[in-house]
Design a binder for this molecule. Structure first.
Ligand code: S3P
Length: 438
C-alpha cells in the first residue's frame, strides 16, 4: 500500500502532455478483436491493470493477444467460438471487464466463474444478471448479487427487448454483447443516453446494429449471430484521465497546459462543459477524428472558478469525473451543488461518501446529501491539506488521483493512503505530474 503526500508543485503546470488511451475503448478493442476472425491491430491501447484483466480473460478463452512494438495484435476466435476457461476469470478491480464479459459469455455454452478484488466484490451485478437471465443464462452469485459468481451461458440464448432501469453503459453493453451470438434481434431501449463506444465500435467491426431515436429514447438493435471482421483500431486519449490535468491546470496559479489527443465524444465530454460554465478557460485546438471518435488538443489556463448548480442531466456524460469536479468546486468562489448522483455510490467506492470525507479532511467545506454533494468553495485560496492521517482511497483510482490534484492546490499537501489503484487506469499518472510541473 504505497502512501504518498502530494505537495504543491514548485512551478505551474505548463508544456504539452499526452494521457494514455481511453479505458472504455481499450476494453472493447480487446473483446471485439477476440471475437473477430483474423488479426485486429490496436494502437494507443491503455495498458492499465483493468484492460490487462480483460486481455488475460480473453486469452484464457482462446484468443491470441500480443504486443509488437507499440501495437497490440489480437487474433480472434469468431463470435460463438470462445472456449471454456480452465480456471476462474480474475477481474481484479474492473467493473467494465466483469459486466461486459458476463454479457458476452451469456450466449456461449460455457460455465464461467468471475472473481475480483475487495472493491469489485462489493459492486452490484444484479443489474446485468437480470437481463442476462431473461436471455437464458443462469447465475449463482454471492449474497446481494455480487462476486464471486458462477455463470452458465445459454446456447442458444433468447433475444430480448430491454429498457435500461439505470443509466449504465455497462448494462447496455452487456445486453448488446450477449445479442452478438443470439439468433434474431436483441433490443436495448435507453431512456437516458450513456457512452456509445460499444455501438460505434461494433458497427466498425462489421456488426449489423441500428440506432433509432423515438420519444427522446434511443432504441438500439443488434442483429444476432453476427460476424465480426478484424480491423485497425486507434484509441484516442482518455477524457477521464485528462480530467485530472484539466482541473489541476485550472486551479494551480499560472498554469497553461496543453493536453494532446483527448477524446471528446459528446457522451463523455460533460466535464469540459461544466468547467466552462464555472469560468474555466479550456480551448479546443485542432479538432479532428481519431478511430471514429472526435478528438482535440485541450489548452487549459489557470482560471478563477465560480460555483454553479450542476444540471443532473449532464451526469451520464461525466459520470467518472465527479470526484475531480468536487475538487475544482472546493476552490471555486461560492457554492457548487450537485444532485442525481446515486450511481456514484456503486462505483469502485461510494464516491460521494469517499470524496466528502477526503475533501473535509483536507479542509474543504462539504455537505453530503443522499444523491450529491454541496460544496462551499474557498474562493481560489488553496485548501489547508491533510494533517495527521492520510485520506482513504478505498481501492478507488479516481479518489486517489482526485485527492492528488487537491494536494497540488493545498498549503500543506494531501497524503493519500494508497496510490496502487492508480495503475488500474493511469499507470504513468505520477510521471506526467512531474513532467507537467518541470
Ligand atoms: C463504463 C461505463 C460507466 C463508467 C465506467 C466505464 C464503460 O459505468 O463508470 O468507468 O466502459 O462502459 P456504468 O455503466 O456503471 O455507469
Amino acid at each position: 500500500m504505497p502512501a504518498h503526500r502530494f505537495l504543491p508543485p514548485k512551478t505551474p503546470l505548463t508544456g504539452r502532455i499526452r494521457v494514455p488511451g481511453d479505458k472504455s475503448i481499450s476494453h472493447r478493442s480487446i473483446m471485439f478483436g477476440a471475437l473477430a476472425v483474423g488479426e485486429t491491430r490496436v494502437s494507443g491501447l491503455l495498458e492499465g491493470e483493468d484492460v490487462m484483466a480483460t486481455a488475460e480473460a480473453m486469452r484464457q478463452m482462446g484468443a491470441h493477444i500480443e504486443k509488437h512494438g507499440d501495437e497490440w495484435r489480437i487474433r480472434g476466435v469468431g463470435v460463438g467460438g470462445l472456449l471454456q476457461p480452465d480456471g476462474a476469470l480474475d477481474m481484479g478491480n474492473s467493473g467494465t471487464s466483469t459486466r461486459l464479459l458476463m454479457g458476452l459469455l451469456a450466449s456461449h455454452g460455457i460455465t464461467v466463474a468471475f472473481t475480483g478484488d475487495a472493491s469489485l466484490s462489493k459492486r452490484p451485478m444484479g443489474r446485468v444478471i437480470e437481463p442476462l437471465s431473461q436471455m437464458g443464462a443462469s447465475f449463482e452469485s454471492s449474497p446481494g448479487g455480487t462476486l464471486p459468481l458462477m455463470m452458465r451461458g445459454a446456447l442458444p440464448a433468447v433475444p430480448i427487448t430491454y429498457r435500461l432501469p439505470v443509466a449504465s453503459a455497462q448494462v447496455k453493453s452487456a445486453v448488446l454483447l450477449a445479442g452478438l451470438n443470439t439468433p434474431g434481434i436483441t433490443t436495448v431501449i435507453e431512456p437516458v443516453p450513456t457512452r456509445d463506444h460499444s455501438e460505434r465500435m461494433l458497427r466498425g467491426f462489421g456488426a449489423e446494429l441500428d440506432v433509432e431515436e423515438a420519444d427522446g429514447e434511443r432504441i438500439i438493435r443488434i442483429h444476432g449471430e453476427a460476424d465480426l471482421k478484424p480491423r485497425q483500431v486507434t484509441v484516442p486519449g482518455d477524457p477521464s484521465s485528462a480530467a485530472f490535468f484539466i482541473v489541476a491546470a485550472l486551479i494551480i496559479d499560472g498554469s497553461d497546459l496543453v493536453i494532446e489527443n483527448v477524446g471528446l465524444n459528446p457522451t463523455r465530454a460533460g466535464l469540459v462543459e461544466v468547467l466552462r460554465q464555472m469560468g474555466g478557460n479550456i480551448e479546443e485546438l485542432d479538432r479532428r477524428e481519431v478511430g471514429g471518435e472526435p478528438v482535440a488538443d485541450l489548452r487549459v489556463r489557470h482560471s478563477v472558478l465560480t460555483g454553479i448548480d450542476v444540471d443532473p442531466a449532464v451526469a451520464p456524460s461525466m459520470i467518472d469525473e465527479f470526484p475531480v469536479l468536487f475538487v475544482a468546486a472546493s476552490m471555486a468562489q461560492g457554492t457548487t451543488t450537485t444532485s442525481g448522483l446515486d450511481e456514484l455510490r456503486v462505483k469502485e467506492s461510494d464516491r460521494l461518501a469517499a470524496m466528502a470525507a477526503a475533501l473535509t479532511s483536507a479542509g474543504a467545506r462539504v455537505e453530503e446529501l443522499e444523491d450529491g454533494l454541496v460544496i462551499e468553495g474557498t474562493g481560489g485560496e488553496p485548501l489547508r491539506g491533510t494533517a495527521a492521517s492520510p485520506v482513504t482511497t478505498h481501492l478507488d483510482h479516481r479518489i486517489a488521483m482526485s485527492m492528488a490534484v487537491a494536494g497540488l492546490a493545498s498549503k500543506d499537501g494531501v497524503e493519500v493512503d494508497d496510490t496502487a489503484p492508480i495503475r488500474t487506469s493511469f499507470p504513468n499518472f505520477m510521471d506526467l505530474l512531474e513532467e507537467a510541473a518541470a
